[in-house]
Design a protein around this ligand. Structure first.
Ligand SMILES: [Zn+2]
Length: 278
């Protein structure tokens, strides 16, 4: 008796989960998933993806026929309200670590995959990029490395000058971090900079307006999920790829299996946009 009741309730739960999954799949049609990475390095740190794992992930995208778009294409889709092709993915990197050039760039070139690099402009070309909370002493990219990547089609975006929490800055400092990073990258490389990424995902209406006023066309957050034609261009959701993601996890992330979990988590944490470990 108890067993049959239990099996009935398990069947109900399974049926509800399946219908929920169908619903999620349905709503994901025509969307794009923006992946975000920090470092590609053989180091046991949450923000590092091992070069071998990164190579496997990129070749999976190619092998499985994913459409990998540059970020500039997102703006066109949003402006024209044109749904994304099925299985659309984008690859972005935050901060500007030297390993992006040494380890990730050759793999992306080999696979013909476009990427966008969000640079913390003040630290590029310096001795270290101290933006990860629990990992100091990591080398940033040099400007010649950035230039070379840009020459080979890598899109450059701004990630402020010094990686502050933008919501805590006064208007003047906010303006400086947002506008001068754009100018600096443009001056150093000659490449136009149209996209922005909020450090640690901190933003609010005032920050968003400052980014728009500075002339950017798009801004990326650390809110998890995918981008649809209804998404606000200054609140682009992304999907974090972590150190310990297996290929199965990576596949699930691409397919949106974790989206509902992340939705629930961000609802619980609705007072903050911060991603705790980064
Ligand atoms: Zn960052």
């Amino acid at each position: 008796m108890v067993r049959s009741r239990l099996s009935r309730s398990l069947r109900t739960v399974a049926a509800e989960a399946a219908s929920m999954a169908r619903l999620v799949r349905g709503t994901r049609s025509g969307t794009a998933r923006i992946l975000y990475y920090h470092r590609v390095e053989d180091e046991a740190h949450r923000s590092c993806v091992r070069p071998a794992a990164f190579a496997e992930q990129m070749s999976y995208l190619r092998r499985e026929g994913y459409t990998v778009l540059p970020l500039a294409a997102v703006r066109e889709h949003l402006d024209e309200k044109r749904p994304f092709p099925e299985r659309t993915v984008l690859v972005t990197f935050d901060d500007g670590f030297a390993d992006n050039y040494v380890n990730a760039f050759p793999i992306l070139q080999r696979e013909g995959i476009p990427m966008t690099l969000f640079l913390t402009a003040d630290y590029i070309g310096g001795p270290e990029l101290p933006v990860l909370r629990d990992r100091k002493g990591v080398r940033p990219l040099s400007w010649p490395q950035v230039e070379e990547m840009a020459r080979h089609g890598v899109e450059l975006g701004a990630h402020t000058l010094t990686h502050p929490n933008l919501t805590e800055l006064g208007d003047e400092e906010l303006h400086r971090e947002v506008t001068e990073s754009r100018t600096r990258i443009h001056e150093q490389t000659g490449v136009p900079v149209d996209s922005f990424c909020y450090p640690r995902g901190h933003f609010d209406a005032r920050v968003k307006q400052a980014v728009r006023d500075a002339g950017y066309a798009l801004a990326c957050t650390t809110l998890e999920g995918c981008v649809s034609v209804a998404t606000h261009p200054f609140s682009l959701r992304r999907t974090f790829v972590a150190y310990d993601d297996t290929m199965r996890d990576f596949r699930h992330k691409l397919e949106g299996s974790f989206d509902m979990l992340h939705e629930a988590r961000s609802w619980l944490r609705s007072s903050s946009h911060e991603q705790a470990a980064l």
